[in-house]
Every structure is written in structure tokens, then in C-alpha cells.
Design a protein around this ligand. Structure first.
Ligand code: GLN
Length: 484
């Protein structure tokens, strides 16, 4: 079935004219009709528009136009602007808002020929680790519908694993691509800060946010990264670093590469089955010729606290724009202040309100120095830990998450427990480096995917992809999909 293919498999078939983009798109739409009532990965999708895009792609294929994603259906997290499509960030506050323009990453996907369709569920404003904070109901993990797919890009991970699209996009501020990729069992890549333009990505924490792909294998992640990367004058934090041919790095040859194993990451709270799978992956890397080096990231313990100061501070400022005047929903009041507070009171969910209150507090006079300023200093120490480690090693390997997928409702009553599920992914964003999660095994009963995280130097995505690909090709995990 065409919806089961990877990008490289589908483009090869399209190239040989064995199948059409319309057939591939229809296969995804059929799969959505068949399984999304259970999985709930999509908030909405416009089938007619997707098929019209497919027909346009088929015309180009007929005319021998060559583009890397021509005719490939790709679905998008509800945090990215796609022209003329709804944009809600899984919140009620945006009401019936329709994007008037394309995000740069979307513009690049379209220019590469992709069929950009569907709005994927997420935690409201990307705040959460389970998609339970969506104002429109949780997404379910395709491996076990009683469990969370992770978050905040839970819909993006679930849609790929449930084979409702060929690949998808998400965003990662503290783990929101890598954590759901690990819990659902696909590849998720958070590029280096500045690699992909954030123009058209609704801001959560602007100094941490990055857009990235969810894919069925590492080669597809390399393809999407290559298409979306590059400097953009509309995002002053995008970096003018050259965009390499990422696929060319997938040689399978990793002899002599040095991989760091941080001693601070293999400690208490780590599920024994997760630990066993990560240990086995490390052993596999040795067999493939890589050298494993024990390293130390001494400020690891401070990462979660630092993140929840910086991310909430930035969020409190970024979300000020949702005031009932400029966008979306409005609840009227007798004066502007009453209008703002009624709109925001009705429009934001509890987690978003908690973050705005925390963020306003850590920025307020009298507390700024004690919290925000200090967190910025610790952030520098965390970044320096990584830069120092990368003098010794080419990449770092860790578990992506401390446990496999947890049950819906298991952590939603205890925000601190939820925050701790990102313990291994958060430092990467604070340090501004790149990170990737790929499948490295399953728990026994129930059968749930386990994720391996690789962390790389700033703009070290080639090495990361090379290492991920070599491991992937020596295992069978990426060929296993849930039965729905
Ligand atoms: N789970 C983390 C949070 O709730 C990270 C979210 C993200 O990366 N967008 O903030």
C-alpha cells in the first residue's frame, strides 16, 4: 500500500511512473478514514485540496519536472502556517483563524513538490509531553490506544507511524520532536538552532524552538532537512551556513567515529528495558567500528529547572499577542482590559495559563535576577558542557526518554512528573545543538517502541545522520509498524 512507503520508495515509484501522486495521496486519505477515528492524529484535513495538489504534481511528473519531493504527501503540526489552511496550535484562542501566508519551511516543501496537507494534533501551543493538553482531545499512541503518543508533536509522530502520511513536520522546544518519535517508534530530528527558518512557526520559546521532520527512516529525515534548511532573511536567527548534501553522508561507514556516553544519563528513573535496549545499541555501535567514550555533562541536573524558567519567560512574552484584538476568538468586555482577560481566560487552557503565570513571575522585578538571569547563566554552563564534550567526541548517545509510552491520564494530574519525561531531551535545546531520535527496540509486554537519542555538534547533522543510518541499516526496528 502506497501510504506505507518512505519518501525515497515513493519518489522512485513516481519517477518510474508505476504509480501516481493522486494514488499515493488517496492511499493516505483512505488510511486516515480507516484509522484516525481511533488514533486522532489529525485535527482537520482537506481531502479535495490534497487531491488537487496531487493532480498538479502528476502534471509536473508527466512533464518530466525533477523535484526532490514531487508528489509526496506530508502532513503538518498545527503550529506552522500553511497559506489558506486553519492554524490553531490546538488552542481555542485562535478561533477560525486561517493562515494568510506560508512558513518558510512550508514554502520550501512546496517548492520541492510536496503535497502539504492536514493539521496535526499537539499540546496547546506546544506546551506538554503527551498531547493531552490539546483543546481538541488527546491523540493516541498507535501501538496502544490507551497510551500517550508523547508530545507536544504527538499527532505528527502518530500520523507517520499509523501510516496516514508519508512524513510529517513538528517543532521541538524541549523535546517535542524527539520524545514523541521515541514513544511512537519513528525517526524525529531537531536541527541545530538556526538551521531552519522559524518564520511562520508560531513562537513558544523563540530561543529554543526549531522545526524538524518525522520520518519512517533516516534517509527521509536527511531529505527533508536538506529541503528545509538555509538562511532566511525573514528570521534573523537563521544562520548562513552552507546546506550540505545530507544524503551523501549516509555511507554506512562509521569506523573511527567517537561516540560519547554521558555518565549522568544512565541513572535512576531509567526503565530497565529502555536501559537494556540503549546498552545493546551502544554495543552495536562498537561492532560497527565506532569508539565509545565515557563523558561527563556535569550540569545535567539543572537542565529541567533552567528550561522551565527560560521557556516560560519567553512564552509569557510571545503569547501576549493573543489578546482578542489581533487574532482569532474574542470575548467582549466593557473595556479593553476586561476584553483581554475574558478572551485569554476563556481561550487558553490550564497548562498555557500556568506557563504564562510562571513566566511572568520569573521576569518580574525583584525576581528577574534570582530566576531568569540566573537561568541564563546556567544555560551557558550547560552549553559549555556540550562544547567541551564535543572536543573529545563526534556525537553523544543517550536514551531519548526514561520510559516507553505512558498511559493517558497517568501524568496529566502532576505537571512535575510530565516535565520530567523530557529530562534527556531538554539540554539539547538549551545548548542549541542538534539531536535525533530513532527506534532501538521494544518493551516486551505491552510491545512499545524505545528511542535512542543521538546529539551532535552545532551544524553537525551530517555526522548525526550518518551514525543514525548506520545503526538503522543494521537493525529491523524501522520496518515494524503497529496493527490498527
Ligand atoms: N514537553 C516540553 C514542554 O512542555 C517541551 C515541549 C516542546 O518541545 N515544544 O515544554
Amino acid at each position: 500500500m502506497l501510504n506505507q512507503l518512505t519518501i525515497s520508495e515513493l519518489t522512485a515509484k513516481l519517477d518510474r511512473r508505476e504509480v501516481s501522486a493522486r494514488e499515493a495521496t488517496q492511499a493516505c486519505l483512505d488510511q486516515i478514514a480507516r484509522v484516525d477515528g481511533q488514533v486522532k492524529a489529525f485535527l482537520s484535513h482537506d481531502a479535495a485540496d490534497a487531491l488537487a495538489q496531487a493532480d498538479a504534481a502528476d502534471q509536473q511528473i508527466k512533464a518530466d519536472v525533477q523535484k526532490p519531493l514531487l508528489g509526496v504527501p506530508i502532513a503538518v503540526k498545527d503550529v506552522l502556517s500553511v497559506k489558506n489552511q486553519p492554524l490553531n496550535c490546538a488552542s481555542k484562542i485562535l478561533g477560525n483563524y486561517i493562515s494568510p501566508y506560508d512558513a518558510t519551511a512550508i514554502e520550501k516543501l512546496k517548492a520541492a513538490g510536496a503535497i502539504v496537507f492536514g493539521r496535526l494534533n499537539m499540546d496547546e501551543f506546544a506546551m506538554g509531553s503527551s498531547t493531552e493538553n490539546s483543546a481538541f482531545g488527546a491523540t493516541r499512541n498507535p501501538w496502544d490506544l490507551e497510551r500517550a503518543p508523547g508530545g507536544s508533536s504527538g499527532g505528527s509522530a502518530a500520523a507517520v507511524v499509523a501510516q496516514e502520511c508519508i512524513a510529517s513536520l513538528g517543532s521541538d522546544t524541549g523535546g517535542s520532536i524527539r520524545q514523541p518519535a521515541a514513544l511512537c517508534g519513528c525517526v524525529g530530528l531537531k536541527p541545530t538552532y538556526g538551521r531552519i527558518s522559524r518564520y511562520g512557526l508560531v513562537a513558544f520559546a523563540s530561543s529554543l524552538d526549531q522545526i524538524g521532520p518525522f520520518t519512517k527512516d533516516v534517509r527521509d529525515a536527511a531529505t527533508l532537512l536538506g529541503v528545509m534548511s538555509g538562511q532566511d532573511l525573514r528570521d534573523s536567527t537563521s544562520i548562513p551556513a552552507p546546506v550540505p548534501d545530507y544524503a551523501a553522508a549516509l555511507t554506512g561507514e562509521i569506523k573511527g567515529l567517537k561516540i560519547g556516553l554521558p555518565k549522568e544519563y544512565m541513572v535512576g528513573g531509567l526503565d530497565p528495558e529502555v536501559k537494556a535496549s540503549v546498552d545493546a545499541a551502544v554495543k552495536k555501535y562498537q561492532d560497527l567500528g565506532a569508539e565509545i567514550v565515557e563523558i561527563s555533562l556535569p550540569h545535567t541536573d539543572y537542565a529541567v529547572a533552567t528550561y522551565y524558567i527560560i521557556a516560560t519567560a519567553e512564552a509569557s512574552a510571545n503569547l501576549a499577542r493573543f489578546d482578542g484584538i489581533r487574532y482569532g476568538a474574542r470575548v467582549d468586555g466593557n473595556d479593553p482590559i476586561e476584553l483581554y482577560s475574558k478572551t485569554r481566560g476563556a481561550g487558553f487552557g490550564p497548562e498555557v495559563k500556568r506557563r504564562i503565570i510562571l513566566g511572568t513571575y520569573v521576569l518580574s522585578s525583584g525576581y528577574y535576577d534570582a530566576f531568569y538571569l540566573r537561568a541564563q547563566k546556567v544555560r551557558t554552563l550547560i552549553r559549555n558542557d556540550f562544547l567541551k564534550a564535543f572536543e573529545q567526541v563526534d556525537a553523544i548517545v543517550t536514551p531519548t526518554t526514561p520510559t516507553a509510552a505512558f498511559k493517558l491520564g497517568e501524568k496529566s494530574g502532576d505537571p512535575l512528573q510530565m516535565y520530567l519525561s523530557d529530562i534527556f531531551t531538554i539540554s539539547c535545546n538549551l545548548a542549541g545543538i542538534c539531536g535525533l531520535s530513532l527506534p532501538c527496540g521494544f518493551t516486551k509486554t505491552p510491545q512499545l517502541p524505545i528511542g535512542l537519542q543521538l546529539l551532535g555538534k552545532p551544524f553537525g547533522e551530517e555526522t548525526l545522520l550518518k551514525l543514525a543510518h548506520a545503526y538503522e541499516q543494521s537493525t529491523d526496528w524501522h520496518h515494524q509498524f503497529p496493527v490498527l
